[in-house]
Structures are given as C-alpha cells and as structure tokens.
Design a protein. Sequence first.
Length: 126
Amino acid sequence: MKYITRTVTLDVTSSYKPYIEFYCQVYAGGNFFNINSIYNVELVRKAYGSSISKQFRGDLKVWLRSTQKIEYVINGDFYNNGTTTSSGGIGVNAGINQLVSISFTATSTTSSNHYKYFYEHDYYFA
C-alpha cells in the first residue's frame, strides 16, 4: 500500500488559480495503481505558482467513484481579505461512493471585499 497526492487546478480567473489536493491511499503494482480510499482533501487557496491567496466561503464535496475516478463539486465565493476556517475533510477514510464534505467560512464577506463566485463540478481521472 502507498500514499499519493493528486491535484486539480481551479481556473477562478486568469490570474487566480487555487487548487484542490486529494490525498489517496493506493494499491500499486508495476506501472499502475488503484485508488483504495481518500484520506484527506485540501482546498489550497494560494494560487498555484503564485503568492496570491484569497479567502473562501462555500462547500467542497468529493467522492471516490471508482479506483480510477474522483468526482468533486466546489461552490462558493472567494474574497480578497479575511480569514478562512473549515470543517470536515481531514482524517476521513472515504471508499468508493462515500462523500467527503468540507464547509468553509470566511470573515469579511462584504460585497466590497468580494472577489469572485466560483462553481465547478468535474472529475479527476487517475
């Protein structure tokens, strides 16, 4: 048994691309691997390859749909300033079709601080 991390970049805007990290337990043999479970999910709010970071209020839901496919839905708002806290998503052991759900709250969610609403429903194929 091995552990791997897989990453999905979120194209919020052309200059801001945060990402989701899926921490997976896999069975590996030769040149292939099968995902056995997801044990952690992180929304990394710092833009990939940049120093830009935003706050997020919303939800992230993840399912391991097969040993080769992860489904995810992210829905919420990014803000320029403030603090983000989360609940859920850490210390899970989600197998096939089990939900990993994370809720994010942010301070300073005023309209003048609002950066961008973002929704994406997609799949990551291993």
